[in-house]
Ligand binder design. Sequence first.
Ligand SMILES: Nc1ncnc2c1ncn2[C@@H]1O[C@H](COP(=O)(O)OP(=O)(O)OP(=O)(O)O)[C@@H](O)[C@H]1O
Length: 242
Amino acid sequence: MRTTTTATPLVEVRGLHTFYGNSHVLHGVDLQIAPGETLALLGRNGMGKSTTIRSLLGLTPARSGEVRIKGKDVTGSAPHQMIRRGIGYVPEGRGMFPNLTVRESLLMAARPGVNGRRGWSLDRVLETFPRLGERFAHLTGNLSGGEQQMVAIGRALMTNPELMILDEATEGLAPLIRKEIWEVIRLIKASGIATLVVDKNVNVLLDLADRSMIMVKGRVVYDGPSQDLKSHPQILRTHIGL
Ligand SMILES: Nc1ncnc2c1ncn2[C@@H]1O[C@H](COP(=O)(O)OP(=O)(O)OP(=O)(O)O)[C@@H](O)[C@H]1O
């Protein structure tokens, strides 16, 4: 099942084939995200979700396939160029620089977005995550997992992105902190930023996402409105085992 949008997608990926050495892990992945849309990328462990994101960003370049941002072919662009084109990335594992303070981590990322957008300033990030204000001068390496995750999200917001990619942003966090992170993801969505979210909390994710895709062994086996997936739990059972 596919959902088609008539407007030019914000990000479009076509026919990605990606390898780790001789191991062929993505087998022709297609993906589209419309401006402001929230897309859930679902699938069991090892099915290729993170690799899809990494190939989209140029971190693990695909051997073939195409990546477009607002219709412009950006295939083969370096990761920093993808960020400059409006993609904020919160990697699995958070990607902290442990010897930088919270302040340095946030300010280092600061840049106006595409077309000079400056909606996400340091003040707004600190308003969104008051705890980071309290830890402002601390080294990120000394923060709790939840606080590090807030830095990772805050840092991506400081780039004023049009698309935020969150890979397992709530993994390993205590339930209350997890709830806080979900609230921030909802706030990001409400602010009009498109989001691509990978997370093991499928039920929360289905409530949040406009559309969901399921990957099995490097292929997209489902792409449709999250609402349809919620009303057809057998699809989730078959492909994710829920
Ligand atoms: N650096 C790597 N070198 C070799 N193989 C890798 C590497 N990273 C991932 N793989 C393999 O590629 C396949 C896809 O992994 P990927 O991390 O994209 O899956 P995923 O759906 O994101 O799952 P997870 O939730 O476990 O991260 C898996 O078989 C994995 O073992």
